[in-house]
Design a protein around this ligand. Structure first.
Ligand code: SF4
Ligand code: SF4
Length: 279
């Protein structure tokens, strides 16, 4: 079963929820797909035993063969290849590596070259527990390829947790694609509700099952609960804010190791999403 944990914005406790759920399971794999700013590893403190470089391809034009027919530019949806007056310009940062421009080029003027865009790290946590995370190279604009690699490497795992990028970007879509269930981490504030609505729209457009965990439930207001009620969205759990939690998180420690309250909350969520046998 593939379960994504996502949020409308950063700072709503998405990673805290991911690592504490992961730590509450006997057997599971966690991937941190928030490749622009991965931080699950700061809590799990596993031993990195392997690192893999991730590349993307982008087109290179042989100007001797190019007739400036314009077909590559017409095909590209991302303005990554633009036939100008005297030569074809390639913007590799914008290229999504779809391969289309090479296919449509009538003179075989286009070939591809590789560019390093980031890394994937594997960490061993303990028996039956694996953790992988991706890191996008500074300056690169899309982590989708790294996310696809992470998901491909773990597609056969029995229980896969996916710490997704925040928001509703292409990276989030790549992270939640083909999941069986999504858990939205939200906060009971006006901004928290507004950001969560966008995530709800995204998940509904993708026809994915989901529920919500409200963090810092003793702060803010009750609008979020009315919204969940009206929309028929499952409230999986509420988790209070406590100062001691903030201190534990700031130290990079796991809440489940130090709070029976949070431990019970994690088991309740696991029971609701995965069933009694996993809690
Ligand atoms: S590979 Fe695809 S995205 Fe990249 S330049 Fe060619 S058509 Fe555009
Ligand atoms: S499709 Fe090929 S020949 Fe036409 S402009 Fe692009 S690179 Fe040049």
């Amino acid at each position: 079963m593939k379960i994504a944990i996502l949020s409308g914005k950063g700072g709503t406790g998405k990673t805290t929820l991911s690592v504490n759920l992961f730590s509450s399971l006997e057997k599971a794999t966690l991937i941190d797909t928030d490749v622009e700013e991965p931080n699950s590893h700061l809590f799990l403190k596993g031993t990195t035993y392997h690192e893999e470089l991730i590349y993307k391809r982008y087109p290179v034009v042989n100007h001797d063969l190019c007739t400036l027919c314009g077909k590559c530019g017409e095909f590209c949806n991302f303005n990554a290849i633009i036939p100008a007056k005297k030569r074809v310009l390639v913007f590799d940062d914008l290229c999504h590596d779809c391969g289309g421009c090479k296919l449509v080029c009538p003179t075989n003027a286009i070939s591809y070259t590789d560019k390093e865009i980031g890394n994937i790290y594997y960490q061993s946590i303990k028996k039956n527990k694996q953790f992988l995370y991706g890191k996008l190279t500074v300056g690169e604009i899309s982590g989708v390829r790294i996310i696809e690699h992470l998901k491909n490497m773990t597609k056969k795992e029995e229980i896969l947790l996916i710490d997704s990028p925040p928001g509703t970007s292409c990276s989030t879509v790549a992270a939640i694609e083909d999941t069986d269930y999504c858990i939205i981490a939200a906060e009971p504030t006006p901004f928290g509700l507004s950001d969560m609505r966008m995530v709800v729209e995204l998940l509904r457009s993708q026809k994915l099952n989901f529920g919500v965990v409200v963090n810092k439930s003793n702060l803010g207001n009750t609008d979020i609960y009315h919204y969940l009620d009206e929309e028929g969205i499952e409230l999986l759990e509420t988790i209070e804010f406590r100062e001691e939690f903030a201190r534990i998180i700031a130290r990079g420690d796991l809440l489940v190791n130090q709070s029976t309250y949070v431990k019970e909350k994690m088991f309740n969520i696991i029971k609701k999403v995965l069933g009694d046998s996993y809690a």
